[in-house]
Design a protein around this ligand. Structure first.
Ligand SMILES: NC(=O)c1ccc[n+]([C@@H]2O[C@H](COP(=O)([O-])OP(=O)(O)OC[C@H]3O[C@@H](n4cnc5c(N)ncnc54)[C@H](O)[C@@H]3O)[C@@H](O)[C@H]2O)c1
Ligand SMILES: CC(C)[C@H](N)C(=O)O
Length: 175
């Protein structure tokens, strides 16, 4: 398990927990460092007083942990986060979701996106899915064409459990 805390100058670090397969644990380390840096940029763009962070649990290729084992792993993650005393808070990411945050939240308060019925902010994936089509042109190095809307995407976008509405008309090519 790797927890990467980028800067905390503006506030405690936050970023999701990635539970994913890597050929080697060092690949997970590289991912955690890369993604924590990206979280810093995301918070800066949003004007939020947080630093970037990321947690990665490296699963061996081709393995799927049994429920008991998965639960034990989440407990270990929670213990580690709790030991950091609030310097880092986690949330969902690839391989984890709100229910996993509920498990972590039994051990540490430094977790977000727990299910709404437990008092958390709920699943972040619908919001992410809805906005992803808008971000895609920027990520590709071009700007969105004028008239681009959240619905202006010709194929469904999945993030976690959520699906963004497929577009009613295909986006035009960027100028
Ligand atoms: N879930 C959220 O609330 C949230 C919020 C912000 C950003 N994100 C970002 O959205 C992206 C997707 O996250 P998610 O929550 O949908 O994860 P998820 O675990 O629900 O889904 C990830 C999917 O990607 C597939 N995948 C992983 N590695 C792949 C590869 N190398 N090639 C092809 N497919 C691969 C997996 O099989 C899985 O179907 C991530 O980059 C995550 O950081 C998620
Ligand atoms: C929930 C949030 C931290 C998300 N995983 C992200 O990468 O932005």
């Amino acid at each position: 398990m790797i927890v990467a805390v980028h800067p905390t100058a503006l506030g405690p670090a936050a970023g999701g927990l990635r539970l994913w397969h890597y050929p080697d644990w060092r690949d997970g380390l590289t991912d955690a460092l890369r993604l924590s840096t990206a979280m810093t940029a995301k918070f800066a763009v949003a004007g939020l007083p947080s630093g970037g962070g990321k947690a990665v649990v490296v699963l061996p290729e081709g393995t799927v942990p049994e429920p008991d084992r998965r639960r034990a792993v989440l407990d270990d993650v929670a213990d580690t986060i709790e030991s950091l005393g609030g310097a880092y808070a986690t949330g969902p990411d690839v391989g984890t979701g709100s229910d996993d945050m509920a498990v972590i939240g039994r051990i540490t308060p430094h977790v977000f996106c727990r299910p709404a019925h437990l008092g958390g902010s709920g699943d972040s994936s619908p919001h992410t899915a809805r906005r992803s089509p808008r971000c895609a042109p920027s990520a590709g190095g071009c700007t969105a064409p004028s008239g681009w809307t959240d619905a202006g995407w010709p194929w469904p976008v999945w993030v976690g459990s959520a699906r963004a509405s497929p577009g009613c008309s295909p986006p035009r090519a960027p100028p």
